[in-house]
Ligand binder design. Structure first.
Ligand code: GAP
Length: 441
């Protein structure tokens, strides 16, 4: 009765579903839209929050060796001078002399052909374009007031390294984690929320002894890959890929990416770098503050090395949407179902009365009331039950609870499983425990 349709979704399919169902809207849409920004609708906001919560739980709360931080987006300009971003955080920019479109040279399929107008040999010399977004602090926009919106959350961690270490009495190895917005003036934002100028990162800097850095790097590669798999990602859609030497960022001795299989091919989802002692050393030198670690047992001071798993929360939302999307044929009809892991699903339970009759609505409210304090639920009374199931499948709701006329007699409801579509009768006084057991996995 059910046949799986093998096609993986196109980018267009996901963009349309995201807009139609309230996951992601084009930013400033009523003014025509801004290509580089997107707004997260009610379901997208839940998905994004669930991803960040799962990351925070796995990286901070479930561990004894990692603490959290929430640093400012705007910092002293010297932070970006010490970190090397003011000088080196750039991409090679070329401009087509025929159509005047600008491109990132390193992302072009053929560096001699403009992908917009097809002209050959119309690019001049590439110039390095700095990706940091600038602003001015205070009323006068002069050079002294220049500041940057952070292009990574990591530097907020390095400049607070000593504050955090001292106040939390931490000993190596330990990590400091942070989730928040970052900004990059990308030359070619695109592929929906994959590359945007404003995005959210989930980063952790893990400080360790230099001699142990390689071992910790390998440890974090496996941990981070496993995190995606534990949240239901298809193992065929994720892989680890070591960087070639010419791909490495200015601060990294070695990096591997967690790649995802997007419709346009394998591409980055997360980077896990060995940043060595680059950042702590650089901030010590420019600030004059000694950020070396003192080891009382060996009676020596040294700069810890840093292993950095750096993920994009917004990019992860896109990857989880691609991964969750499935089309099936059920009794000759197409069914679209987002098979989100229950921990990521924006809505966990749909409560659906079969009709709007008062006696059913009273039981609906009783069931919804029992579930609302435990899970994010949605009560939906509009349209036919078939259409309501289809909507819940398409937004990835793992369970639907239907209140029907039999409920009035047997005090039980029908629970429908999103993936198997199997239905089970469960008594109202057991429904909270039944769903807890299945959702709190
Ligand atoms: N602190 C290291 C760092 O920022 P990165 O590889 O440049 O490393 C880490 O960024 C992650 O942040 C990427 O793997 C990606 O998921 C996300 N990211 C980076 N630039 C992005 C952009 N323009 N739009 C959306 N996500 C982005």
């Amino acid at each position: 009765m059910t046949a799986s349709l093998p096609e993986s979704p196109s980018l267009e399919t996901i963009v349309n579903l995201a807009k139609r169902r309230g996951f992601v809207f084009p930013a400033s849409e009523i003014y025509g839209g801004l290509r580089s920004s997107w707004d997260y609708g009610p379901l997208g906001a839940e998905l994004l929050r669930n991803i960040k919560d799962e990351w925070w739980y796995s990286m901070v709360r479930s561990r004894d060796d990692v603490v959290g931080l929430d640093s400012a987006i705007i910092q002293e300009r010297q932070v970006w001078q010490a970190s090397g971003h003011e000088e080196s955080f750039s991409d090679p920019l070329v401009e087509c002399s025929h159509c005047n479109k600008r491109h990132r040279l390193d992302k072009l399929k053929d560096p001699n052909i403009c992908p917009d107008c097809g002209s050959k040999g119309t690019f001049g010399e590439a110039r390095e374009f700095n990706l940091m977004l600038q602003t001015y602090l205070g009323p006068v926009a002069d050079a002294g007031a220049l500041a940057y919106l952070r292009p990574e959350t990591a530097q907020g961690i390095f400049i607070n390294y000593e504050n955090v270490r001292r106040t939390m009495r931490l000993k190596l190895p330990f990590g400091i984690a942070q989730v928040g917005k970052s900004f990059r003036n990308e030359i070619t934002p695109g592929q929906f929320i994959f590359r945007t100028r404003e995005f959210e990162q989930m980063e952790m800097e893990f400080f360790c002894r230099p001699a142990e850095a390689q071992r910790w790097h390998e440890y974090w590669l496996q941990e981070r890959l496993q995190w995606y798999l534990d949240l239901g990602m298809n193992p065929d859609n994720v892989r680890l890929r070591p960087h070639e030497p010419d791909e490495l960022a200015h601060y990294a001795a070695a990096t591997s990416d967690v790649d995802f299989k997007y419709p346009w091919g394998w591409d980055e989802l997360e980077g896990i770098a060995n940043r060595t002692d680059f950042d702590l050393k650089a901030h010590s030198e420019l600030s004059g503050q000694d950020l070396r670690y003192f080891d009382p047992e060996a009676n020596e001071r040294f700069y810890p090395y840093v292993i950095e798993p750096a993920a994009g929360a917004t990019r992860a939302a896109l990857a989880f949407m691609f991964d969750a999307y499935h089309e099936e044929e059920v009794r000759g009809e197409k069914r679209v179902v987002m098979r989100f892991h229950p921990k990521l699903a924006p809505i966990k339970v749909a409560v659906l009365p079969l009709s709007k009759k008062d006696e059913l609505l009273a039981d609906t409210e009783a069931v919804a009331g029992a579930l609302r304090t435990r899970h994010n639920i949605e009560v939906d009374v509009t349209q036919s039950i078939g259409k309501r199931y289809r909507r819940q499948d398409e937004i990835g709701t793992p369970y639907a609870v239907t209140i029907d006329f039999d409920t009035l007699e047997d005090r039980a409801v029908t629970v429908r499983d999103r993936d198997s579509m199997e239905q089970e009768r469960v008594s109202i006084d057991q429904i909270a425990a039944y769903l807890d057991a299945r959702l709190r996995v």
